[in-house]
Design a binder for this molecule. Sequence first.
Ligand code: ZN
Length: 117
Amino acid sequence: MSIINTGLFGSFPLTVDSVNEAVRGLGAGAYALGYRSEDGNSFYIQYVGRSDTNLNARLLSHANEGKYLRFQYAFFDNAIQAFNKECWLYHTFTPKDNYIHPDKPNGVSCKCPFGCL
Ligand SMILES: [Zn+2]
C-alpha cells in the first residue's frame, strides 16, 4: 500500500505544534493518518478523512486524541474536491480504521468518483 504515492504533503508528526506549523489557515482539505516504516521511506495509512471548512482544527482534534503517530494532508479549493480526494484515498488504500465510506459534504450535490454512492 505504501508504493502508491498519496499526492499529499508530509508525512509530519501528529502533534499540536507540528499541525499548527504545517497546516496554516482555514480551508477544506483531506488527510491521511498513519506511521512511517523504520527506514522512513514508506508511509502506512491507517485512517483517512477530510474537513470541509477547517482542516487544521480537524487534525488538531486527532492530535489531541493521540491515536496516530503521523499525518499527511492537502488543502483543496472546496469541499467537493476534498471529498473526491478522500474517496480516492479510501478506495485506493482501504485504511483499516475507516469502517464506512466517506460522508458526502453537506449542502452540495456530488457523487463518489468511484460510483459507489
Ligand atoms: Zn466510493
